[in-house]
Design a protein around this ligand. Structure first.
Ligand code: ATP
Length: 289
């Protein structure tokens, strides 16, 4: 999923700053996201994620810093640039809630706005709304409405897709389905900037994540290695004849080899655990353990 030469970036941000009434919300962010990458912004409420994303989408003015999205300054982006971008906003208490338009009406109307759009019925099917295609958008459940938001965001075949907390309100099956859809889009070359509070979602989907706290990036890296996860001390657990045992070690492979020799067969109840993404994330944002 990741890749692209340095000169082929979807997003380049340098020293981005934005304050509200003198209070910094974004306090100097640098970011380079290559084309084709799935990149996730993580951070507590009020960290500055939405402000950053809305500046990148061209929906909010920045105070200072350089920003290029698909090679264009979003503050100056015209219709042709906007047509290359898909947006699923965090809140959608919006247009689709008014009037009598159905799911299919919305999909068709949105498809007509783009030069190379997807087939509306195919997209409705993709997001799992086929059996609700004739329902009024205003009558959908919260999770179904979110799926419609996603459908409208991808219908124009965007090169770059912004997803701000896309799976809020999804049931587990719908979330898995959505993850498959995102993985497919990424495989076909779509760059995706995902904001989420679900760490499992970021771990499943993102090539890299950035943790933002107080408008600053604390760390950027693959979710598997963030916060030194991959090399942190591991906890090895197993069932000994005397009961459950657990040992913390920096060399778990040696301990497992030793255990295997001792048991002379499969080690019962064997598990090797490194810190989870949630654990390193909570440490990074300074949350109490
Ligand atoms: N329009 C606005 N006017 C004044 N302050 C704002 C405005 N929008 C955001 N803020 C403030 O800027 C800070 C960053 O907000 P932002 O919405 O970017 O955070 P976030 O990381 O997206 O949070 P969440 O996870 O809750 O969506 C917060 O302190 C917020 O109160």
């Amino acid at each position: 999923m990741s890749g692209g030469p340095a000169g082929d970036s979807a997003i380049v941000v340098s020293d981005l700053r934005k304050s509200y009434r003198g209070r910094p919300a974004v306090a100097g962010i640098d970011l380079v996201i290559p084309r084709g990458e799935v990149f996730s912004l993580l951070g507590p409420n009020g960290a500055g994620k939405t402000t950053t994303v809305e500046i990148l989408e061209g929906h909010r003015r920045r105070d200072s810093g350089d920003v290029r999205v698909l090679g264009v300054d979003p503050a100056l982006g015209r219709a042709a640039w906007k047509a290359r971008i898909g947006i699923v906003l965090q809140r959608s208490d919006d247009l689709t809630q008014a009037g009598a338009l159905t799911v299919r009406d919305w999909a068709r109307a949105m498809a007509a706005c783009f030069p190379n759009s997807r087939d509306p019925d195919e997209v409705i099917e993709l997001v799992g709304l086929a059996d609700r295609r004739n329902a009024r958008a205003a009558h959908l459940s919260g999770g179904q409405r979110r799926r419609l938001d996603v459908a409208l965001g991808i219908i124009g075949r965007p090169e770059l897709l912004f997803l701000d907390e896309p799976t809020t309100g999804f049931d587990p099956e719908a979330r898995r389905r959505f993850w498959d859809l995102i993985a497919d889009l990424a495989r076909s070359g779509t760059t995706i900037l995902l904001t989420t509070h679900y760490l499992e979602e970021a771990e499943h989907l993102a090539d890299r994540v950035a943790v933002i706290v107080d408008g600053r990036i604390m760390e950027v890296g693959p979710p598997q290695t963030l916060g030194g996860r991959a090399t942190a001390a591991a906890t090895v657990r197993w069932l000994s004849p005397d009961g459950p045992r657990s040992v913390q070690t920096c060399t778990p492979a040696a301990l497992v080899t030793d255990l295997a020799a001792r048991f002379g067969q499969d080690v019962p109840g064997l598990a090797v655990e490194r810190p989870s993404l949630e654990e390193v994330y909570l440490r990074m944002i300074g949350a109490p353990a």
